[in-house]
Design a protein around this ligand. Structure first.
Ligand code: C2O
Ligand code: CU
Length: 498
């Protein structure tokens, strides 16, 4: 997610004045030898936006990205955020227009990517592909129709900024919500090191050195020997001193207060950078209703596994008492904690493990999309393969053997034609799991599986998904481990210009 643009010497003020035409010209100029793709502001993108049926209602917000501090139960750390950590929870109704003005008060370029949204391409927030980076001291107005209800989130698409405090939740409400519940609890999971053991840039630098640093004993951020059966072995690369729920460490947990018998909708989001979380609520079973914003046929479970970027919604009927909600950092022997309290008394609640975490653990493989959101039966027009390649040893992560290069973003791109039914095979040829994420589309796991935009692909395994190429543009597709993505495990799904 490098922010460098091909020939980024143009004036950014000028860019804002002329729109993305300048960027489009650069993208085309930089890939003369490769196929021609639609541009983020081209006619197909504009027609797709014109075809979106909106309500006409507009929600206007300001998002200021700025240096700040986070209080980790008494330890203060310098970081960057959108004002609070997590940032503001934005709520709109499906079809509403979101106008979010980003004010960049950071010392460097940034952007906002709206994770999971099927939005117009030039609002997707990927510098080098869909817009110019928003320079320090500058603003950018994101303005798009949110046409699909669900649980989404947002974060920068520049460098390793995702591993700071720059993330927030976007909830697109369904005006005809079919679920019945009394209250809602948004649960954002994160792995935290910024300002404590270093910065995410320090981590990337150390990891990029591959195993060399580790061998010479100069390593301080690498975590070796993380194991998870659910993730097929190696669980992660990075050591974190804290794991947070809604921005708070276990020593200072958030309490969700309610009454016994209430039915709560949990919206769980993994905003971490190198940590999968296994989530459970002591003394309760969860009924999973949505994956990555889209409805699934409900499944009861004790715990849920979430890779980075994944979201699950679940219903739970609360018992009487005080209960720990634990998000266990998969393979890293540490837990994040929050508390549900429905009873009187001050029963203490600890971050110690709970039996639910080792009973049934739900993964996407156990889910099926509801009929309303299942893809219509259609023959496949195009088959693509994204092989996840590289190794921890060399830290040379890539896709199809190609390491993403922001100065030539369309090299190694996957081409599709608008209107096609596309079958994408994600082949994990590496010895580690990866959470694969596709922008601008919510594919369906083959065989009637769930609709998703981020999927765990285990080492040595492949996952096949299908989607309709109905949202023209240039769409990033990458591993949602920010250190893997930044090292090159990213490509562009580009709509071919006809
Ligand atoms: Cu949540 Cu390309 O990212
Ligand atoms: Cu990865």
């Amino acid at each position: 997610m490098n922010s460098a643009l091909p020939g980024a010497s143009f004036s950014r003020r000028g860019f804002l004045a002329v729109g993305t035409g300048a960027l489009a010209a650069m993208v085309l100029a930089s890939c003369a030898a490769t196929p021609r793709y639609v541009t983020p502001t081209g006619t197909p993108v504009r027609s797709a936006e014109a075809a979106r049926v909106g309500t006409g209602r507009i929600t206007t917000i300001d998002l200021t990205a700025a240096p700040t501090q986070i209080d980790l139960a008494g330890t203060t750390a310098n970081t960057w955020s959108y004002g609070t950590i997590p940032g503001p929870t934005i709520r709109v109704n499906a079809g509403d227009t979101l106008r979010a003005t980003l004010h960049n008060k950071l010392p460097t370029d940034t952007s906002v990517h709206w994770h999971g949204l099927r939005l117009r391409n030039d609002m997707d927030g990927v510098p080098g592909a869909t817009q110019a980076p928003v320079a320090a001291g500058h603003d950018f107005a994101y303005d798009f129709i949110t046409d699909q209800p669900g649980t989404y989130w947002f974060h920068p698409h520049v460098g390793t900024q995702l591993d700071r405090g720059l993330y927030g939740v976007l909830i697109v409400e369904d005006p005809h919500e079919p679920l019945n519940y009394d209250d809602e609890w948004v649960i954002v999971l994160d792995d935290w090191l910024d300002g404590v053991t270093g910065t995410p840039d320090d981590v990337l630098k150390e990891l990029s050195g591959g195993m060399g640093g580790m061998m010479s004993g100069s390593s301080s951020h690498m975590m070796m020997g993380t194991r998870s059966d659910l993730l097929g072995g190696d669980a992660g690369d990075v050591a974190y001193p804290y794991f947070l729920i809604n921005g708070r460490p276990s020593a200072d947990p958030e309490t969700f207060t309610s009454t016994p018998g209430k039915r709560i909708r949990l919206r769980i989001i993994n905003a971490g950078s190198d940590t999968a979380f296994r989530v459970a609520l002591s003394g309760h079973r969860l009924t999973v209703t949505h994956s990555d914003g889209y409805p699934v046929n409900p499944v009861d479970t004790d715990a849920i596994l979430l890779g980075m970027g994944e979201r699950y919604d679940a219903l739970v009927t609360l018992g009487d008492g005080a209960f720990p909600l634990i998000a266990s950092a998969e393979g890293k022997s540490a837990n994040a904690l929050a508390i549900v309290r429905t009873g009187a008394g001050a029963k203490p609640v600890s971050a110690a493990s709970i039996p639910e975490l080792t009973r049934t653990v739900l993964t996407a493989a156990m889910l099926s999309a509801t009929t309303e959101v299942s893809l219509a039966k259609k023959s496949v027009d195009r088959e693509l393969t994204a092989a996840l390649t590289g190794s921890m040893m060399a830290y040379d992560w890539g896709i199809n053997g190609h390491r993403f290069d922001a100065s030539n973003p369309m090299a190694g791109a996957l081409g599709v034609q608008q209107g096609e039914r596309v079958r994408l095979r994600i082949d994990n040829t590496t010895t580690m799991w990866h959470p694969f994420h596709l922008h601008g589309h919510t594919y369906q796991h083959l065989g009637g599986g769930p609709r998703k935009d981020t999927s765990i692909v285990l080492p040595g395994k492949s996952l096949t998904v299908e989607f309709d190429a109905d949202n023209p543009g240039l769409w990033a597709a990458h591993c949602h481990n920010i250190y893997h993505a930044e090292s090159g495990m990213m490509t562009i799904l580009g709509y071919l210009a006809s």
